[in-house]
Design a protein around this ligand. Structure first.
Ligand SMILES: [Zn+2]
Ligand SMILES: [Zn+2]
Length: 269
């Protein structure tokens, strides 16, 4: 079975390890055919004071150049040039020019912030106890739905239920919020990913949850697979299990974005 990952990181952000070259070599060794490298798009100094969460603006040209170089050097693997872009909602403090996104084959849309709070950052975890999970989960999906129908340049919505990362769940049934998220995503035409990294956090399951993935499938939302590797050794972690999860949710194909902005499909059934 063909293996793909459309979500990976490098040492271009301070919480990632390994160069572009090391990541590509690890992907080739694992038999991956399409690798999207999707470094965190720069945040402002106000949102990311330590420049820990995202790439420095001044490193962007080097990042793009290294990917280009890797594409030339490794024609035997499809390397997509990508970025993971935060949806900040009302807290957006950058001027995002469409031209900034022209170099990218793939833009992931991510909600890592709820009203300016990096809710999935272990350093910020205390706020979960202060605010309480019910309010956070409701607000998370509100923001997620805003992001998915926005005019941001997202093609793929990353880790759709990232709010579960620490394994803290609301007291209410999440199904109605899942249905809303699936409908919003379907109306936008965007795809989602199964993000395998969730299996290694406290939530101990991939993103999204099986019920949410089934809702996406019912709504006709296409799905790709990302390992969200922050080190080359994890580049292929869990891809085959992700295909199984897709099958169990009712999917028969995994979708892969292509460099020309189109999509191709791998049959998993
Ligand atoms: Zn992310
Ligand atoms: Zn990521």
């Amino acid at each position: 079975m063909e293996l793909i990952t459309t979500h990976t990181h490098t040492n271009f952000t301070n919480h990632g390890e390994g160069s572009v070259e090391q990541l590509v070599c690890a992907a080739k060794a694992a038999g991956i055919t399409t690798l999207a490298i999707t470094e965190h798009f720069p945040l402002s100094k106000a949102m990311d004071p330590e420049q820990y969460l995202s790439m420095r603006t001044e490193n962007m040209p080097h990042y793009l150049a290294e990917i280009k170089q890797a594409q030339k050097k490794h024609p035997d693997i499809e390397i997509l040039c990508g970025t993971e872009l935060d949806w900040l909602g009302d807290f957006e403090d950058r001027v995002l020019d469409p031209a900034d996104f022209a170099p990218f084959d793939v833009v992931l849309g991510s909600v890592h912030f709820v009203d300016g709070w990096a809710f999935d950052d272990p350093a910020e975890r205390g706020r979960w106890d202060e605010v309480g999970p019910d309010a956070i989960w409701r607000r998370y999906f509100e923001i997620w739905c805003e992001a998915v129908v926005s005019d941001a340049p997202f093609q793929i919505m990353a880790h759709p239920d990232l709010a579960k990362k620490f394994g803290i769940y609301p007291s209410f049934d999440l199904m109605p919020l899942y249905e809303q998220a699936a409908e919003a995503c379907a109306s936008s035409g965007r795809m989602i990913e199964v993000n395998t990294s969730g299996a290694h956090y406290a939530c101990a399951e991939m993103f999204p949850a099986p019920d949410l993935l089934r809702a996406f499938c019912r709504a006709g939302v296409e799905c790709t697979v990302g390992t969200d590797a922050h080190t080359p050794g994890n580049v292929a972690r869990g891809i085959e299990q992700a295909y199984q999860l897709l099958l169990q949710a009712g999917y028969q194909t995994v979708t892969v974005p292509t460099a020309d902005g189109d999509r191709r499909h791998i049959t998993i059934a």
